[in-house]
Ligand binder design. Sequence first.
Ligand code: G1P
Length: 310
Amino acid sequence: MNDSIDQKRPSGSAAVTKAVVPAAGLGTRFLPATKATPKEMLPIVDKPAIQYVVEEAVAADLQDVLMITGRSKRSIEDHFDRAYELEEALEAKGDDARLRSVRESSDLAQVHYVRQGEPRGLGHAVLCAEAHVGDNPFAVLLGDDLIESADLLRRMIEVRERHGGSVVALMEVEPEQVSLYGCAGIEPTDEDDVVTVTDLVEKPAPEQAPSRWAIIGRYVCDPEVFPVLHETPPGRGGEIQLTDALRELAKRDPEDGGTVHGVLFRGSRYDTGNKADYIRTVVDFACRRPDLAEELLPWLRGFVDRAQRS
Ligand code: G1P
């Protein structure tokens, strides 16, 4: 990066280099599996869900990853750390492939941790990143949404670097699904996949939704989101909502850290937030793995045939 250019940037408009990954949720939808294991560590085939998210951040050139964790999340830290005994054992056996897979997660990124003392919502989790992020724009990646390519995040960063303000990823959902998401009121721009966000509502009833464009769990936030979050009262579910803070920024002028753009996403997204979606994701990922597909696909076909007959 050219330092002289960087120094001329006004405060809050530096390059995006940091990713924030909220991982403090209690994972109650997956109990009892998540009683002692964080939801983020549940495997998608043989890799914990959270590793895919960190890989996506790194692929978008965000090497600095801050996880917002809480109690019972130690195994996340262990996963992104070296495991010397295991590595020695694999080395002694000459099991290079497994050794590589074990080292992959610890070599991936610079992972930092901060604890969210009490779970008070996504907005509150993001607020816990304030000291680490400082006066810089940053990305937020939610672990329940797995997005296979980093193109979306790269595009969002590029939109932020051109327009300033904040950027959310939007995907069109069925009307009966809008109440599961933050929904955006949007206006077109000159670019097909970029819109101006005029309004945001967290988990609206279908008749109150400003559109069917839902926020999927990728954001690029202007640092001005922090002072706004400090003032944001608890919203839906009694929690401090990131959507509410972004709504406030969408209504502000660009000079005050305002404007929110949306990048319209039409690629594959996997939701691991509830049991059925999680199982679909695992089956889908497994069927696309060359080492598993050959064995799994014929079995699945037979399984479906048998299930249809019974
Ligand atoms: C969160 C956000 C919501 C967003 C969703 C995407 O909700 O609050 O605005 O649409 O993630 O997955 P959650 O699913 O954590 O309840």
